[in-house]
Design a protein. Structure first.
Length: 124
């Protein structure tokens, strides 16, 4: 039987160097490798491909469809504090939601939005 083994999000970015710095310095990703116009990054089980696409419409201009990932985490409040101490200002405060998740959102330099969430039951 076929088995899905991982997911890698692919994002178009205007300035590859600015985006690489953001993901590494602010979100704690590491660069796995680079190839002409592309950067492959990872943190824990999350994998990203950043593609240099200076002519594309930035995610900040497409509104609701700028969300690209909902990342489940353990230690949601500690992760938020880590991002804050790394100097990240484009993030919302963690909130416990009626659907049983504690969540916060991060916005990238290109306007991509990432939601981080933890099941409220797993926090007990």
């Amino acid at each position: 039987m076929p088995k899905l083994t991982y997911v890698r999000s692919v994002l178009a970015v205007k300035d590859l160097l600015v985006s690489m710095a953001f993901y590494c310095e602010k979100l704690g990703f590491t660069i796995d490798f680079e190839v002409d116009g592309w950067c492959f990054l990872s943190r824990d089980g999350i994998q990203l491909m950043l593609g240099h696409c200076p002519e594309e419409v930035p995610a900040s201009q497409i509104n609701d469809h700028s969300y690209f990932a909902y990342i489940g985490v353990h230690g949601i409040d500690e992760l938020h504090e880590e991002f804050r101490t790394r100097g990240l200002t484009s993030l919302s405060a963690p909130e416990s939601k009626p659907w049983g998740m504690r969540e916060f959102m991060v916005t990238t330099p290109d306007g991509h939005r990432i939601m981080f969430g933890q099941d409220l039951e797993s926090r007990q």
